[in-house]
Design a protein around this ligand. Structure first.
Ligand SMILES: Cc1cc2nc3c(=O)[nH]c(=O)nc-3n(C[C@H](O)[C@H](O)[C@H](O)COP(=O)(O)OP(=O)(O)OC[C@H]3O[C@@H](n4cnc5c(N)ncnc54)[C@H](O)[C@@H]3O)c2cc1C
Length: 378
């Protein structure tokens, strides 16, 4: 049996970040991923994500988002790969709605540069957006997009550079304490590897790995989509349009500026279809596309051109719309993370550090009390 300092199960956003953080600390790492490199059938598919600093959901996430922003820039330099594009971020809905109040509190409470805009001003600045008349939005300066396929590759590159091993198409079927200390991990092909530390970052499959903790995680099918706008694409590119989230008639829609490779992203935050990650419908159907086109017909008619790309992707939600990041109470050398609820990617570099801290030091100086697994039972 080959042994390592640390084994990481799952090489999406957070597993690849944890593997990179461990490799940076001189740990000999084995990373195991059930699918092929770049296939991303969990939560990290679909090429692009928003990075927001103001968090309308939970203003206390701002310091973690700020630190993550800086770490993405560091990774960009280290990997010499373009990862982050600054666009600014617009978050709005009916005046008085939770998204507006949350974004305003988050920005004002943390001294983030921002403006408050009404519907007419939004349309004046970005004619492609035609929000409802009662819309109010917060525009924050520091927000943008992350190319997540490249970001994960950059994190994996750090592991490989440090001599770590990565195994793709290797599904982990069991983990257990080893008799001489540490842990053993078994893959579907019958191979067993040993590790002093173990990180479980299995995204929508997290609950399978810690069944004893009965985590209340719910997997939701999402369908991000990209369109060819009917206006000149350059007018809605990253230097002209911010990332945006707009609540309209009870549904939150979001979008990312035009990327020549992908198109203009417009989709729904929380599609409301709950699923098993092994049997979820992976094909994108006409009813999916119509849900987004119905919004675009009223609020973004100039975005409503041919569909350029679409990919089913999965949210793993906690009841409080945050994350679970903790050590296993019965196996302290094991740490696990389900950090999604539809907004976890941006935090990956910090979450990787937290996971590395938890397995190597047993604790972390990052504020993880709100992420503890036992909060649901408390
Ligand atoms: C449509 C969509 C839009 C989003 N938008 C944003 C956004 O704008 N901003 C933002 O910050 N976040 C966003 N998110 C959330 C973000 O993408 C997730 O928080 C993040 O990708 C979660 O990464 P992960 O590593 O926890 O999970 P995953 O990426 O799912 O990684 C887990 C990995 O574990 C592997 N695995 C599972 N079981 C096994 C096994 N038995 N053996 C080996 N490997 C296994 C899986 O194959 C998978 O690759 C969005 C998510 C979706 C789906």
């Amino acid at each position: 049996m080959e042994t390592f300092d640390a084994i990481v199960v799952g090489l999406g956003a957070h597993g690849s970040a944890a593997a990179a953080a461990l490799a940076r600390r001189g740990q000999r790492v084995l990373g195991l991923e059930r699918f092929g490199r770049g296939e991303a059938f969990g939560s990290s598919g679909g090429w692009s994500r928003m990075i927001r600093i103001a968090h309308f959901e939970h203003p206390w996430l701002v310091p973690l988002a700020t630190a993550s922003w800086d770490r993405w820039l560091d990774l960009e330099r280290e990997s010499a790969t373009g990862l982050l594009t600054r666009t600014g971020g617009l978050y709005g809905g009916p005046g008085g709605s939770a998204i507006v109040a949350g974004a305003r509190d988050s920005a004002a409470g943390h001294g983030l540069a921002h403006e408050v805009l009404d519907a007419a001003e939004i349309h004046r600045r970005w004619p492609i957006l035609q929000p409802a008349d009662d819309t109010v939005a917060i525009l924050e300066e520091r927000a943008g997009t992350i190319r997540i396929d490249r970001a994960i590759e950059a994190q994996l590159g750090i592991v490989e550079e440090a001599g770590g091993q990565l195994g793709f198409d290797r599904r982990v079927v069991d983990w257990r304490p080893a008799t001489g200390g540490g842990f053993e991990v078994e893959t579907a092909d019958g191979q067993v590897a040993g590790g002093e530390h173990l990180v479980l970052a299995a995204g929508p499959w997290t609950a399978e790995f810690v069944p004893d903790l009965e985590l209340p995680l719910v997997v939701e099918r999402e369908v991000p989509m990209w369109f060819r706008p009917t206006v000149e694409p350059a007018t809605v590119g990253a230097d002209r349009l911010p990332i945006w989230v707009l609540r309209d008639e009870g549904t939150a829609y979001y979008g990312i500026p035009y990327d020549p490779e992908l198109g203009l992203k417009v989709s729904i935050h929380h599609w409301g279809t709950f699923a098993d990650p092994d049997t979820v419908e992976r094909a994108v159907g006409p009813a999916d596309i119509e849900r987004v086109r119905a919004f675009m017909r009223t609020r973004m008619p100039a975005a409503n051109g041919p569909l350029a790309n679409a990919k089913v992707c999965l949210y793993t939600n906690t009841p409080d719309e945050t994350f679970v990041i903790d050590r296993h109470p019965a196996a302290p050398g094991v740490a696990f993370a389900s950090a999604c609820s539809g907004h976890g990617f941006k935090f990956a570099p910090v979450i990787g550090e937290i996971l590395a801290d938890l397995v190597t030091d047993g604790s972390t100086s990052w504020p993880i009390e709100p992420f503890r697994a036992d909060r649901f039972a408390r």
